[in-house]
Design a protein around this ligand. Structure first.
Ligand code: CS2
Ligand code: MG
Length: 435
């Protein structure tokens, strides 16, 4: 009897494969104000796909993972085999999860979806089920070192068309707080203040900037801030707040409870990401909606949060959760529990990552809100995004694929330069603290 050899890969449409094979996989690192890592795949037919692999402050680790281990596996593969390639890279590595691995897989997955949509001649969202809404509601970042600065910043955002606003302020007694624009970063607009806290360039120094923290001072101050914002802007405006992993469960419960009168859209990252079961305690005490997940990597991180309905919004971006394939799977799972998307969209997620989120967001049934911080002019010149922001809604645009094209010449004018996120220490005694 003749032995039959099963095909090595799940390639079924053999005749098409030659032209859709991946011919090159390039890892592009650029720093137009801040560092970005982009994967560019090209098929034999010359169709280009882009994927974002930026891990803020650890960029070159993903660049190496992609360049040294993943790119050699991609050349010759069928660009249409999106799911099989995802499984091949995830299961095949043996080592599971983690930000570097999942950002690398995300970049491959996003680039393959970009290629598939370009081959179909359609904007990517058409392949994800088509348009489900007029646009993706975006939230902007208002901040101020004191209340006057903050209220001005909210007004500036309303002028720009935002219909939902995140509120972060300085805390009396603390010199600076992450998430609040420092005055040196402020750009003077009609209302005199900044619209972005990590205004580019990203902080470049030989070591991370050290910030100091006092949880009791923060907990005393936060309700006063929301009281003032509601008094000024009324009950309608959706308001969000990020506690940036800094609280214990019982402190988080107290904050959620004290903010209930101000009807937040969400309270984000109240506790550190590792031990999600502590959110049971928070949930027992407050009806303030909770969002978490910007540092999660996989669907497994969400399992108990979904099944016990401990959260209301999923913060994972395409870039850090393994791509469009993986985030779609997470959000479908979330939908069973009436949990919605609230995709992470700071400026360290590149325009490629943001575009991917918008194609997904416009298509899925359980879209919630999209974070939006405008990228710098230099970043826009490199990536040339075609998405738009009109009347508070983001739209992925009508170009085939993701709608992003990478300008190599502009990128080359902005070489990589090491930059760190800050660290946080307790003001009391200098102990390292979550941030
Ligand atoms: C923040 C981010 O956007 C957010 O909600 O938590 O600024 C986050 O700290 C950075 O993206 C980290 O890279
Ligand atoms: Mg956050």
């Amino acid at each position: 009897m003749t032995a039959t050899h099963p095909p090595k890969r799940a390639e079924t449409e053999q005749s098409d494969i030659a032209s859709t094979r991946i011919d090159s996989a390039e890892v592009l690192v650029t720093s137009p104000g801040r560092n970005f890592v982009t994967l560019r795949l090209r098929t034999r037919d010359g169709v280009i796909g882009l994927g974002d692999a930026t891990v803020n402050g650890r960029e070159l680790a993903v660049a190496s993972y992609l360049r040294d281990y993943v790119a050699p596996l991609l050349v010759g593969r069928d660009a249409h085999a999106v799911e099989d390639t995802w499984q091949y890279l995830y299961r095949g590595a043996y080592w599971r999860r983690g930000p570097i691995t999942m950002a690398a897989i995300a970049a491959v997955d996003t680039a393959l979806w970009d290629i598939k949509a370009k081959m179909a001649g359609m904007p990517l969202y058409q392949l994800l089920g088509g348009r489900s809404r007029r646009g993706c509601l975006a939230y902007g970042h208002a901040s101020g070192n004191d209340l006057d600065e903050l209220l001005d910043s909210v007004r500036a955002h309303l002028d720009e068309g935002y219909r939902a606003i995140r509120i972060q302020t300085g805390v009396p007694g603390l010199e600076s707080v992450y998430g609040v624009a420092s005055s040196s970063n402020a750009h003077v607009g009609r209302h005199g203040t900044t619209s972005r806290y990590d205004h580019e360039p990203a902080r470049r120094s030989s070591a991370p900037v050290e910030e100091s923290w006092d949880t009791r001072a923060y907990l005393r101050h936060a309700p006063k801030v929301f009281d003032a914002v509601r008094a000024e802007f009324g009950p309608e405006l959706p308001l969000l707040h990020d506690a940036h992993h800094r609280l214990t469960p019982i402190q988080a419960a107290r904050l959620g409870k004290e903010l209930e009168p101000y009807d937040l859209f969400w309270l984000e990252d109240v506790t550190p990401a590792e031990n999600t079961s502590v959110l049971r305690r928070v949930r027992e005490h407050t009806t303030t909606p909770l969002a978490i997940g910007e540092v999660f990597n996989t669907i497994w991180d969400y399992r108990e949060l979904f099944e016990e309905q401990l959260i209301d919004y999923v913060r994972s971006p395409v870039t850090h959760a393994g791509g469009i394939t993986a985030l779609r799977r997470i959000l479908d799972y979330a939908a069973i529990y009436q949990i919605k998307s609230g995709v992470h969209g700071p400026t360290d997620v590149s325009p490629v990552g943001l575009a991917a989120a918008l194609h997904l967001g416009i298509a899925i049934p359980n879209f919630g809100i999209q974070e939006y911080m405008k990228h710098s002019t230099e970043t826009v010149e490199v990536f040339q995004p075609t998405y738009s922001f009109v009347d508070g809604l983001l739209d992925p645009g009508a170009e085939p694929g993701l709608g992003i094209s990478y300008d190599d010449d502009v990128a080359a004018a902005h070489p990589y330069s090491r930059a760190y996120l800050p660290v946080n220490r307790l003001q009391l005694d200098g102990s390292m603290h979550d941030w």
